[in-house]
Write a protein that binds this ligand. Structure first.
Ligand code: SF4
Length: 214
């Protein structure tokens, strides 16, 4: 059975996730060292440490390998207009990526947002490109930076140190709305090249402070 989460931050939009870091090969800069953005990852703190939040993510890691998983995901999406992949975790397996692509192709009425770091691995290039070419899919390649650097031309997202940070990217304004999207759907909008998320949480603040000190 697929385990779908409903995220209050996303106005109740459904999402499907895996456990952070365990399924994030793109989080590793060098053996034992995480990229800056993953050092402060929100999905390794707070509620994400509770067993009832971890359990569905761990379940999903084996569940996607079932023969009828794609069918079940299409059913679970129902008449949703928006869907978020990977509130935590990443498409660590090519087999999973190919199944997600099939779900996206079979649900053209749903706008899919999929953030990832798997573009670092050449074998994922074709499947990610095929997803990105679909009209209903916004694949966002996550920058490793926590200080606003991103690759221009790569449809993606980046963390910036604060909400008043000067950037040419489109700033996420969830902080103005109690941390909720409140009707904004910019992350799903293919025409918006880069979304900038102001850093939040103690863990990320420490990463940024250390970065600035070095
Ligand atoms: S940019 Fe908009 S859609 Fe994306 S997380 Fe922020 S508020 Fe939500």
């Amino acid at each position: 059975m697929v385990k779908i989460s409903v995220t209050s931050k996303l106005d109740g939009i459904k999402s499907w996730s895996l456990q952070a870091l365990d399924t994030c090969p793109g989080s590793i800069e060098s053996p034992g060292v995480l990229v800056d953005a993953c050092k402060g990852c929100y999905a390794t703190t707070g509620n994400y440490r509770y067993p009832n939040v971890k359990a569905p993510r761990e379940h999903n890691k084996t569940d996607w390998q079932r023969m009828d998983w794609v069918e079940d995901m299409v059913d679970a999406l129902g008449d949703s207009r928006y869907f978020r992949w990977f509130d935590s975790g990443d498409i660590y397996s090519l087999g999973l990526a190919e199944k997600i692509l099939e779900v996206m192709q079979r649900t053209p009425w749903v706008k899919h947002w999929l953030p990832t770091r798997m573009h670092k691995f050449p074998k994922f290039k074709l499947v990610l490109q095929t997803m990105a070419e679909l009209d209903n899919v916004s694949v966002r390649f996550s920058s490793d930076s926590v200080t606003g650097e991103f690759i221009s031309g790569l449809h993606g997202s980046v963390i910036v140190p604060s909400s008043d940070f000067e950037t040419s990217a489109t700033l996420c304004k969830a902080y103005e709305n109690g941390g909720k999207c409140s009707g904004c759907r910019a992350c799903w909008d293919k025409s918006i090249e880069i979304i900038a998320y102001p850093a939040h949480g103690l863990k990320m603040s420490k990463v940024i402070m250390l970065k600035k000190a070095n």
